[in-house]
Design a protein around this ligand. Structure first.
Ligand code: NAG
Ligand code: NAG
Length: 423
């Protein structure tokens, strides 16, 4: 009983060993002789100008290696990658068993028929993909696989409205050249752009890809076209530090002009310097913007608005300085005086409510030394009937403009950052 069981095991093991040995001898044995025979048999009478069939379905896929750059100025996307192109050529099929079970042979591109493909939106040149020495892989059932590599510079219509928080969609347009779709029909090999070998770019983050089919019609002939789209998002860190923050800080510096006393004689010099700084930033920045008026960047609008405000501040500053140096005999109209008094009362109302019981003493106080409109003690004088000197008015307008422009800049900066933030 035991012996027979052992015998059975022994026989089983023998069968397994022999079986696997047989499998091994069936599976693969590449020999140069067999490969040469296949080449001779298939290619000696092969005419590479003849289509394998009509229409022939050619499947293609784009393998993206990396995004080299996406330039705003020139609106070009530069990518490295290759296309995988697959089709069936029945002339290139062989019976495996007759040639030592060889499954693949290789032949260079210029020996075989292959589809003519160009990238239609290339900006560097419209030439056929592939070089003559690229090897095609031929499978025993006649399937041919061609992988032309390419560094592509393609045009990309960029929308810079929300720069530097922009998302761009760029396309690579692959078109069958010379063969209309009745001869060569392009279709997708895969459902997506192949990103297995993708390396990230420092400036652009690849969000997603998609692809769709299209056609080009020319002289009643349609040519099939494959479109591979890349959706990329700019990483804003660099521009945040080098453009946005400097601009916001410089813009806010503008309203500080009104804090400078007129006696210092620095007011106009200061605001001109700020204006120049803004103009330089605008120039620097506009150098890297596309020269198209299709989309206007929010950042450019912001810069222009701040530049406009700064120019306005210059005019106001000059007027205030003039007012300051005007002799008191040449008094301002009554309504200006009333306006100043009203505003001051409005601003100081809350601060003076508790102190209102000793009004009389303050009235006396102001009659004597109502010069300094800004010192704390005369903030509670009865403004209605107080007659300001020109100097007083100038100082009042300085303070008033400082408030107004600070609020204005806050609104502009908030509006700007919120517009970018919600993009
Ligand atoms: C090639 O032929 C095989 C089998 O007939 C088929 O499965 C495959 O889809 C064909 N490939 C193309 C690109 O037509
Ligand atoms: C090309 O192939 C598509 C499907 O992939 C098919 O709908 C279309 O009719 C084909 N065009 C021609 C001209 O054969």
């Amino acid at each position: 009983m035991i012996l027979t069981q052992r015998g059975v095991y022994f026989i089983l093991i023998c069968v397994v060993i022999i079986g696997s040995g047989c499998k091994l001898c069936v599976v693969s044995s590449y020999s140069v002789k067999d490969a040469e025979n296949i080449h001779t048999a298939l290619l000696s009478s092969y005419n590479k100008h003849v289509l394998p069939e009509e229409p022939i379905t050619v499947q293609a896929e784009y393998n993206l290696l990396t995004i080299n750059s996406l330039e705003m100025k020139t609106q070009t996307l530069t990518t490295s990658g290759w296309f995988t192109v697959v089709w069936n050529d029945s002339r290139l099929a062989w019976t495996k068993s007759s040639y030592g079970n060889i499954e693949h042979i290789y032949a260079s591109q210029n020996k075989l028929w292959h589809p003519e493909l160009i990238v239609e939106n290339s900006v560097t040149g419209l030439t056929n993909l592939g070089q003559d020495d690229i090897q095609l892989r031929i499978q025993y059932d006649g399937e041919v696989r061609w992988e032309p590599p390419a560094i592509l510079s393609t045009s990309c219509d960029m929308d810079v409205t929300f720069f530097p928080y922009d998302i761009q969609t760029c396309e690579v347009e692959l078109v069958s050249w010379g063969f209309p779709s009745t001869a060569v029909n392009l279709s997708f090999l895969n459902t997506h752009v192949n990103l297995n070998n993708y390396r990230t770019n420092g400036e652009w983050d690849l969000l997603s890809t998609d692809q769709h089919q299209s056609e080009i019609i020319e002289d009643d002939l349609t040519y099939s076209e494959l479109l591979f789209s890349l959706h990329v998002q700019r990483l804003p860190g660099y521009y945040l530090m080098s453009v946005i923050f400097p601009v916001i800080i410089t813009a806010v510096l503008t309203s500080v002009t009104f804090m400078l006393p007129v006696e210092s004689g620095e007011k106009v010099g200061y605001i001109l310097t700020v204006l120049l700084a803004l103009a330089v930033l605008l120039t620097l920045f506009s150098d890297s913007l596309p020269t198209t008026s299709k989309h206007t960047s929010v950042l450019v609008i912001f810069l222009t608005v701040t530049l406009g405000l700064a120019s306005f501040v210059i005019v106001l500053t000059v007027l205030i300085i003039r007012l300051y140096h005007k002799p008191d005999s040449d008094a301002m109209p009554r309504w200006v005086n009333g306006f100043a008094n009203k505003c001051r009362r409005l601003i100081c109302k809350t601060a003076t409510v508790e102190l209102s019981d000793d009004k009389v003493s303050r009235k006396v106080n102001t009659k004597q030394g109502g010069k300094s409109a800004w010192s704390d003690k005369d903030t509670v004088r009865p403004f209605e009937d107080h007659r300001n000197t020109n100097k007083d008015l100038a100082e009042f307008f300085d303070k008033f403009c400082f408030f107004v422009f600070t609020i204005l800049y806050l609104i502009v900066v908030l509006g700007f950052t919120m517009t970018l933030g919600t993009s």
